[in-house]
Design a protein around this ligand. Structure first.
Ligand SMILES: Nc1ncnc2c1ncn2[C@@H]1O[C@H](COP(=O)(O)OP(=O)(O)O)[C@@H](O)[C@H]1O
Ligand SMILES: [Mg+2]
Length: 241
C-alpha cells in the first residue's frame, strides 16, 4: 500500500510541478498513473521512492514514511526507473549478484531466480556482457529482473513498457497481474491510455501537477462522457506518443 498525502513540489520557486497531490494505492491493485509528458509522473515517483523530497506532505509505504524512515521504507518496494542506464560497466550477472547481495538473497535461491527470470525475459545470453553493450530494452529487462529478485511487495515502475519488445511487454503485464492477484501493490506510470484500460484496476490522471481524476476506467468514461473533455484529455495524452 502506498499513501501519498498532500504532496507539493517545486523545482523552480513559484512554479508547482506537483500541486497538493493525494492518492492511495491499495493492496491487491494495479494502479496506472497517466498523464502527458511533463505532467509530473516521474517527479511523483521520485518522491515516493525517496530520490526527491517533497516541499510539503508525506508518503507512506506499507505505513512507513519514506522521509522519516527511508531505509525501512526502501525495503518495502522495488523500483524500475524510466531510464535504466546504471552500472553500465558491470556485466549483467555482476549487477544481478550485486543486487542479490544487497537484498541478502541466499545463493541457491538467487541462482534459481536469476535463471528463471533471465530466461523469461530472454536475456540469459547477455549476462556475461557489460550492461553498456545492451540495448534500451535489454537494460530495461535487467533492471526489472534485478527488482524481481527480491520479490518486493510494492512494485513501482516508471513507464515500464517503453522500449520493451511485445513479448516482454506481455510477460511483464502478466507478472504485474499475478503480483496484484497475490495481494500486492503495483503502481506504474504511462502516457499510453490503452495499456491502462486493459491492465489497471484503477487509474489516476495527472495534468500540470494536479490530479484530475482517480477511479476505474469505466468511471472515467462516465465522468467525461458527453462533455468533450475526455477527448481533449485523451488528445493531450496521446499527442505525446
Ligand atoms: N530537474 C528538474 N528541474 C526543473 N524542472 C523539472 C525537473 N524535472 C522535471 N521538471 C519539471 O517538472 C514537471 C514535471 O516533470 P516530470 O515529473 O518529469 O513529468 P512526466 O514524468 O509526467 O513526464 C515538468 O514541467 C518538468 O519540466
Ligand atoms: Mg516521466
Amino acid at each position: 500500500m502506498i499513501q501519498i498525502n498532500n504532496i507539493t513540489k517545486s523545482y523552480v520557486k513559484g512554479k508547482k510541478s506537483i500541486d497538493n497531490l493525494n492518492l492511495e494505492i491499495r493492496d491487491g491493485e494495479i494502479f496506472g498513473f497517466l498523464g502527458p509528458n511533463g505532467a509530473g509522473k516521474t517527479t511523483t515517483i521520485k518522491m515516493i521512492t525517496g530520490i526527491l523530497n517533497p516541499d510539503e506532505g508525506d508518503i507512506l509505504i506499507d505505513n512507513v514514511s519514506i522521509q522519516k524512515n527511508p531505509l525501512e521504507a526502501k525495503k518495502k518496494f522495488g523500483f524500475v526507473p524510466d531510464s535504466p542506464d546504471m552500472f553500465l560497466r558491470l556485466k549483467g550477472i555482476e549487477y544481478l549478484n550485486f543486487l542479490a547481495d544487497i537484498y541478502e538473497i541466499p545463493s541457491d535461491i538467487r541462482k534459481q531466480r536469476i535463471e528463471e527470470l533471465t530466461k523469461k525475459f530472454e536475456i540469459q545470453d547477455a549476462l556475461q556482457s557489460q550492461i553498456q553493450t545492451y540495448s534500451h530494452g535489454m537494460r530495461q529487462k535487467i533492471v526489472i529482473v534485478g527488482v524481481l529478485l527480491n520479490n518486493p511487495k510494492n512494485w513501482i515502475l516508471d513507464e515500464p513498457m517503453t522500449g520493451l519488445d511485445p513479448k516482454s511487454s506481455f510477460d511483464l503485464k502478466e507478472m504485474m497481474r499475478k503480483h496484484s492477484r497475490e495481494g500486492n501493490t503495483v503502481f506504474f506510470s504511462t502516457h499510453v491510455l490503452e495499456v491502462a484500460e486493459k491492465l489497471c484496476d484503477r487509474i489516476g490522471i495527472i495534468n500540470k501537477g494536479k490530479l484530475v481524476f482517480v477511479g476505474t476506467y469505466e468511471e472515467m468514461k462516465e465522468k467525461f462522457e458527453g462533455k468533450g473533455t475526455l477527448e481533449e484529455l485523451f488528445l493531450e495524452i496521446t499527442d505525446e506518443l
